[in-house]
Design a protein around this ligand. Sequence first.
Ligand code: ZN
Length: 348
Amino acid sequence: MISHTAEKMRALVRWYYGRFRPGAVILLYHRIIELPSDPYLLSVSPQHFAEHLAIVRKQYRPISLQQLVNGLRNDKVPRRAIVITFDDGYFDNLIHAKPLLEQYDTPATVFVTPNPRADAHEFWWDTLERILLQPRPLPRILRLVTNRVSHEWRLGSAADYGPDDDARHRSWNYGRKDDPTQRHVIFRAVHQLLKALDDDERLRVLQDLAAWACLDIAVRPTHRVLSAAEMVRLADGGLVDVGAHTMTHPVLSRLSPAKQRAEIQQSKAHLEEILGQPVTSFAYPHGLKADYTEETIMIVRETGFECACAALPGIVRRGVDVHQLPRFVVRDDDGETFAKRLSTYFYD
Ligand SMILES: [Zn+2]
């Protein structure tokens, strides 16, 4: 009886929100590309992205992040509004995403890390995947020292990892509960270690890893990020807006307030110099609750960002903290699956 009443209440709340407080949805993409493997589930194929945009254009109201923030300020957010965002600033955002956004006349914001080291290195998570999960033989023992603590792993039979193993495990991703080989166990453990390190220490450990694997970690064309000139091309035309995402993509909550401030302020200043225009939006790296603090939000506000995006799922409604906007991460779903998912966001 009680659960029946609760169910009715929930239906009423859904109806009320759908009718009177419809809210907006911010979508979070990373990459528009097809890759042989994608253990972090960051990529959406260009075909699927086109299907997503067709649905957004036909059934919803695509607006820019700036329009959403203005609408929240004036209490005039259009019904069924959708904002498209990208994190990290991969090169494919320019060559695959931008032409499709233009074709469907849909605005987007791309949050980039204008790291001067980006020419020489891929993002650390991509380098890690390349070292541990590609089909090449590796030494049988891995020893790493991070912040003066030593770690040791034995690869066992997973030291040899050929095309057959690769084919079998290529669709594995980080969200899965199972680790099919010792390589996957080590990948997960080293990922956790690297995430906790500061940028210099992390680079040193990655170089140790690369030397251990006898692998040249020069940037792969498929995994490079936008150069400064390409950021300008991305913003050219005004449909795509560029926002800041720190300099080195740290876990901000692990840094001192002074270091957080430097990461946040420098990314804004650096991007404004590159683009020759104000940079008004920010996205927290990693973006979950543990990845930034109240202090981080204060610094972002004081730096002059009009809004900031997290990676926590949720609907944007009146009264939301514009320096902690929720977003739904988009996976490589076909149009039909994407449409179903989107409709549940609006009325849940
Ligand atoms: Zn990011």
